[in-house]
Design a protein around this ligand. Sequence first.
Ligand SMILES: [Zn+2]
Ligand SMILES: [Zn+2]
Length: 353
Amino acid sequence: MRAAVLEEHGEPLAVKEVDYPEPGPDQVIVEPEACGICRSDWHAWQGDWGWVGAEAPEGQILGHEPAGIVSEVGEDVETVSEGDRVTVPFHLADGSCPHCRAGRANVCDTVIPLGFTGIAPGAFAEAFPVREADFNCVQLPDDVDFTEMAGLGCRFMTAYHALSDRADLRPGDWVAVHGCGGVGLSAVHIADALGAHPIAVDVREDKLERAKELGAVATVNAAETDNVAGEVKSIADRGADVSIDALGIAETCTNSIGSLGKTGTHVQVGLTTGEEGGEVSVPVDAMTMQEIEFHGSFGMPLVRYGELFTLIAQGTLDPGKIVGETLSLEEVPETLASMDTYDTVGIPVITEF
Ligand SMILES: [Zn+2]
Ligand SMILES: [Zn+2]
């Protein structure tokens, strides 16, 4: 089968023939019909995240935002069948540790990130295996389109968890979204749909325009001001109630915290680059005196998919709105490279494998 393989960090991915995967007893094989290309793939390609033990090894098949059809089923799998339409969260869990049992499988003790480690080859391929398939496979409703569901494995669900669970978003809240890539645009759309007032921040006008189409009530071009936080605060009256760093560089993190009013909530969604190496200094005294909360947010617990699908079925949320261009597996190396300069708008989705 064909797959896009990371042969050397920073060098173009190689699209080549590899062996079709065999399912282990607890596994299924999924043939993706759609898979998003995410900034996390770009980080993996760069060789980032060794500082949290998550550097993708050379030889890795990347790809972690798939929606597809089950093609083979391991002998111990009970609830997933050949032909099922599924997505999987990028954080493949064991289903049995205390966090999984408490409904927080996104922080599983033995989490295996899809497409970042040799034991979980990713979905930039004609097929990929899913561990603990009974636990990790999420059945897609019959009437949804695979391409529109590509963000459900990572960015769309990440934004949903960040806003609805970690920030406890309320209608009427002012929400600043720093960075309007796939997760940022998802956050703008979700905040708007849930009755909040999103303010979009980015350095690119085309992304800010897309944010406006998705419901941003105001935008701030960070390339045109040296006081992003001040501008957000002036728009949001007393400062944002919730602010998200949807990129993960020092500047967006500190701008996000600075955008908040008293008792506001910062949610860190983006993981950092080689520049920060996992460390950003934050204004702890100001945060303390203003009772500002800092939340980390990682993926989404599996138990939350039900509510997400209900909101999609009701028409409140539409993940298809975040999809950008569609492309073939052969075009993945070039598209990933274009993320060096933040050239993609919305989520690029592979639809031809
Ligand atoms: Zn992702
Ligand atoms: Zn677990």
